[in-house]
Design a protein around this ligand. Structure first.
Ligand code: BF8
Length: 502
């Protein structure tokens, strides 16, 4: 049997202390250059502000490319055209006016693809040496990530697969059933997962137990109540239960370790996305809807066959939690919430978003519990799972709005309530808190929320901890144009003080 190191062991490798603060530049081969003292310069002459902002811009570009690619794949699959003037239709007019004034409003068809490429151009060695311009471009990508990524993906998925319904759902590893044929769907673009879900529901397939992982899982949980077995950090444990007969992955947040892990168990790993490939792993690329149905039938067959090859079932603790799911701007009591905020019966709304970084402690959960007495808490992504397994997703104080692209629903809740109260989004007590980011995507979403006027909190140092002018820009200069700020706070108690004194 192959010797596997699990995530917990792998995190024993300490992150580079310089890179952690964004103070390392590896954009050319005269480096990598490390910045230790504030006055340090790279071999090309770039200072710490230029380097940090380049790193941030590249991060946001990576995140935006994933969300925009997600929406693009759905458009392509359903042979739909890019909507024209999409941002103008979705964003409040005062924001369009502001973005036009700042010259960050995309004007031309497909401009968002060009802008991602432009971000790489701007941040390559020897192009832009003005950190404010680099960060300004990151804001433009934030807008594009929001509308051409998360909004468009959510809207298309709602149209094609139906809007979420409020219902009870089940989460955690306990949803994997010993006596059934278990198929897990994992990733972010729930195209194939949706088709497989309809196939599993058909007569004659009652022996199949379909479970979700990560955002593909959160998406089919919110829409159809299909159990969610795990978030990002538990994905290896899903296989290590020894009970998953097939795992089908689409794209994003899929650990490369899964292929090795599947070799140690009987699990068949299958990839369906042309960009997400593993050596020696069965690839079943998606073509038409009809073809997907045929692939789904084949996968069910493979899983049934493979169940016979199960080896030892592990002793991993397998618990199940009941959660309330399926909330969205279509079914939440927004009139009531607007009234409560106006009358100060509620202090505001906090969106708890993003990943669960294994390097960050879970003290955050207690902070959100405290905040939930005064604030409405909306949750998405992996952190929502974390709230759920602690019994907090009750649909009374904490509301589950789905996957990370479903942050579009959060933005819609903010937009609609602000409209009802006749105010700008930024004038209302709305926050986004991302306590434990992992991916470029969560940073891009942070820039999107900041672009619409929301204060955004991050709880992990990554690139923002720089003691350079960058932190000042995020705290103060962003306020000037966008009336928002992006700030770092690694201490949950201090975040509470920060929010309560706002
Ligand atoms: O989009 S929360 S680890 S699974 S990136 Fe990934 Fe982060 Fe989880 Fe989904 Ni979002």
């Amino acid at each position: 049997m192959k010797k596997i190191k699990f995530l917990k062991e792998r995190t024993e490798m300490q992150p580079c202390a310089i890179g952690l603060q964004g103070k390392c530049c590896k954009n050319c081969l005269m480096g990598p250059c490390r910045f230790i003292h504030p006055e340090d310069k790279g071999v090309c002459g770039a200072d710490i502000d230029v380097i940090t902002s380049k790193n941030i811009l590249r991060f946001v570009a990576g995140g935006a490319s994933a969300h925009i690619g997600h929406a693009y794949e759905i458009l392509k699959f359903f042979k739909r055209k890019y909507p024209l003037g999409y941002i103008e239709k979705k964003a409040p007019p005062y924001l369009i006016k502001l973005w036009k004034k700042l010259e960050i409003m995309p004007k031309i068809y497909f401009e968002h693809f060009k802008d991602i490429s432009q971000a790489l151009h701007m941040s390559t060695m020897g192009t832009c040496a003005d950190f404010t311009k680099l960060l300004g471009w990151a804001m433009k990508l934030g807008i594009e990530d929001g509308y051409y990524g998360v909004y468009l993906a959510t809207e298309l998925e709602d149209k094609e697969f139906g809007k979420p319904k409020i219902q009870k759902g089940k989460i955690n590893l306990g949803v994997i059933e010993k006596d059934k044929v278990n198929i897990a769907v994992h990733g972010h673009v729930p195209l194939f997962a949706e088709i497989l879900a309809s196939e599993c529901k058909k007569k004659g397939n009652s022996d199949i137990n379909l479970v979700g992982v990560c955002c593909t899982g959160a998406s089919i949980l919110a829409r159809h109540g299909i159990p969610l077995a795990a978030n990002f950090i538990l994905q290896e444990d899903v296989i290590a239960t020894g009970m998953i007969d097939v795992m089908v992955v689409d794209t994003q947040c899929i650990m490369p370790s899964l292929a090795d892990l599947c070799e140690c168990f009987h699990t068949n790993l299958i990839t369906t996305n042309p960009f997400c490939r593993f050596p020696n792993v069965l690839h079943m690329p998606l073509k038409t809807k009809k073809h997907c149905v045929a692939v789904a039938k084949k996968i069910i067959k493979i899983a049934r066959q493979n169940k016979k090859a199960r080896k030892k079932i592990s002793e991993i603790k397998k618990e199940t939690k009941e959660v309330m799911i399926g909330f969205s701007q279509y079914n939440l009591p927004l009139d009531e919430w607007a009234r409560k905020i106006k009358n100060k019966e509620k202090r505001g709304i906090i969106a708890v978003i993003g990943c669960v970084n294994p390097r960050v402690s879970d003290d955050w959960i207690n902070a959100y519990k405290k905040l939930s007495k005064d604030y409405i808490i909306l949750a998405t992504g992996c952190i929502a799972f974390e709230l759920g397994i602690r019994g907090l997703l009750d649909g009374k104080r904490f509301f589950h709005l789905g996957s990370c692209v479903n942050n579009a629903r959060v933005a819609e809740v903010f937009r609609i309530i602000a409209k009802k109260l006749g105010k700008k989004i930024t004038k209302l007590p709305f926050f986004a808190s991302c306590p434990a980011p992992i991916t470029e995507k969560s940073i891009a979403i942070g820039f999107f929320f900041a672009s619409i006027g929301i204060d955004v909190h991050f709880g992990y140092p990554f690139l923002l901890s720089s003691d350079s002018k960058i932190a000042y820009w995020f705290e103060n200069l962003l306020k000037k144009d966008f009336e928002s700020r992006i700030f770092l706070e690694t201490n949950p108690k201090k975040l509470l003080e920060e929010i309560y004194t706002k």
